[in-house]
Design a protein. Structure first.
Length: 72
């Protein structure tokens, strides 16, 4: 069953385009892009997720990421 998002497609697409534009503008290759995005994710977990929930949420995030890159 597809998961419903509380964000509109337009809101999501606009943010994704901004992120991709920033990476392209800075000519970030794969490694630099992944380093920067990884640090952004770490920052979000550190500042927006309660410490008691971080590990569980990080594991869930990792599972979703693996499913998305494996096409499942």
């Amino acid at each position: 069953m597809p998961q419903q998002s509380k964000y509109s497609d337009a809101q999501f697409e606009a943010l994704m385009n901004d992120i991709i534009f920033a990476l392209e503008k800075n000519q970030a290759d794969r490694d630099l892009s992944l380093m920067a995005l990884g640090n952004v994710i770490t920052n979000i977990f550190s500042h927006q997720v309660n410490q008691s929930q971080r590990e569980k949420m990080a594991q869930q995030f990792t599972q979703v990421l693996l499913k998305s890159i494996n096409g499942k």
